[in-house]
Each structure stands twice: as structure tokens, then as C-alpha cells.
Design a protein around this ligand. Structure first.
Ligand SMILES: [Zn+2]
Length: 69
């Protein structure tokens, strides 16, 4: 199956229509970036799972919002 140009949201196929998938692709591209740690202020935070974030610099694990800290 050919995927359309919606980045990582292509896996959802055609089920949800075009606009929501573009929004998902936008959100997910942000997820893959490094986020700023509220403890050491370094941009070394990755999302472990929904709402759970971990800093690679100070090893702190904390909760945040589902898609951003
Ligand atoms: Zn940190």
C-alpha cells in the first residue's frame, strides 16, 4: 500500500481522513525532537511513553503532557 506524504502518520492509512493525519504528523515530528529538562535545563529529554518523559542528562523521569512537557 502506498503511503501519502504525511510523515509518520502514514501508518493510519485513509481511515481518519487527510486533515487529522497531517495534524498527527505534525505532533509526532515534535515528539521525536529533544525536549528541555525542567531540572537541568538541558535539551536531553525524550518521551518514554504517553505522558512520561526521561532526561538523558540527569536521568530524571517525570510526568508531563501526552505530547509535550
Ligand atoms: Zn535533566
Amino acid at each position: 500500500m502506498a503511503t501519502k506524504k504525511v510523515g509518520s502518520a502514514g501508518r493510519f492509512g485513509a481511515r481518519y481522513g487527510r486533515k487529522p493525519r497531517q495534524r498527527v504528523a505534525e505532533i509526532e515530528s515534535k515528539l521525536k525532537q529533544w525536549h528541555k529538562c525542567p531540572y537541568c535545563m538541558k535539551k536531553r529529554v525524550k518521551r518514554v511513553s504517553i505522558g512520561i518523559w526521561k532526561c538523558k542528562a540527569c536521568e530524571s523521569k517525570f510526568t508531563g503532557k501526552a505530547y509535550t512537557i
